[in-house]
Design a protein around this ligand. Structure first.
Ligand SMILES: O=C1O[C@H](COP(=O)(O)O)[C@@H](O)[C@H](O)[C@H]1O
Length: 237
């Protein structure tokens, strides 16, 4: 049985307000305690509204580093880039003062890119203060895709490089992902999903063994601190 707490909201707007307030509180407390804070955020479509809210929170952004949970192997000007989403929606307003460290690195291969990114991310103290995950209907989270060629290795909680390369047919393009140990070790781990399909996918995943067919379950089961699930119905717009 995976230990996690559900937070349900009537709309994506209500969810974004609450999640951004919780995250802002965690980041402020981390800055007070340790002088700096770090948050890893997901890409895809779901987080845009949450980012818009978080970017307006009055917290010491100049002491906060934003990194990515995962990235497609595309440069930051690609419409598929998770860094682009973060730049457009999170690194705005008050949060424009935050430092951003992306995962994409120009390189001849995804393995070389992951090696370079791991070197950069290694400079960010562990554990991360906040990690906000997303999830696909196929139960992938971060870039832990069920059909990734190295999924067994990706889900191992062992220490290793902070960033790993991912090849998966269903993912669209090669990926870079933060390691299981960086994600599951977060002081505050949230999973942000919207819509009935994702809810059903997650509820189904939670009845499955943590492992390659249910990467989300493996992450939630491995979380150092019980994860919080933030769910709202899909936007009506
Ligand atoms: O490919 C990705 O998908 C997931 C879910 O994205 P969404 O568009 O369904 O919200 C996301 O969490 C991940 O960061 C992204 O790279």
């Amino acid at each position: 049985m995976v230990d996690c707490k559900w937070h349900e909201f009537a709309s994506p707007e209500a969810l974004a307000k609450d999640l951004s307030a919780s995250v802002a509180e965690r980041l402020s407390a981390a800055v007070k305690e340790r002088g700096r804070a770090a948050i890893a955020v997901s890409g895809g479509r779901t987080p845009a509204l949450f980012f818009d809210h978080l970017s307006r929170c009055d917290i010491p952004w100049n002491k906060i580093t934003v990194i990515l949970v995962d990235e497609r192997f595309v440069p930051a000007d690609s419409p598929r880039s998770n860094a682009r989403l973060v730049a457009q929606h999170l690194l705005q307003n008050r949060a424009a003062r935050a430092a951003f460290v992306g995962l994409y690195q120009p390189a001849d291969s995804i393995t070389d890119a992951a090696g370079k990114a791991a070197g950069v991310i290694a400079g960010i103290p562990a554990p991360l203060d906040v990690v906000v995950l997303g999830m696909g209907n196929d139960r992938h989270t971060a870039s832990f895709f069920p059909d990734a060629t190295t999924i067994e290795t990706l889900l191992k909680p062992a220490e290793g490089p902070d960033v790993l390369p991912v090849s998966s047919e269903s993912a669209g393009e090669p990926r870079l992902t933060l390691s299981m140990s960086r994600i599951a070790g977060a002081r505050f781990l949230a999973l942000h999903i919207e819509g009935d399909d994702k809810r059903k996918a997650l509820e189904g995943a939670l009845t499955m063994q943590p492992g390659p067919t249910a990467p989300i379950t493996a992450v939630l089961a491995g979380a150092k601190h019980p994860a919080r699930i933030f769910w709202a119905p899909a936007s009506q717009i």
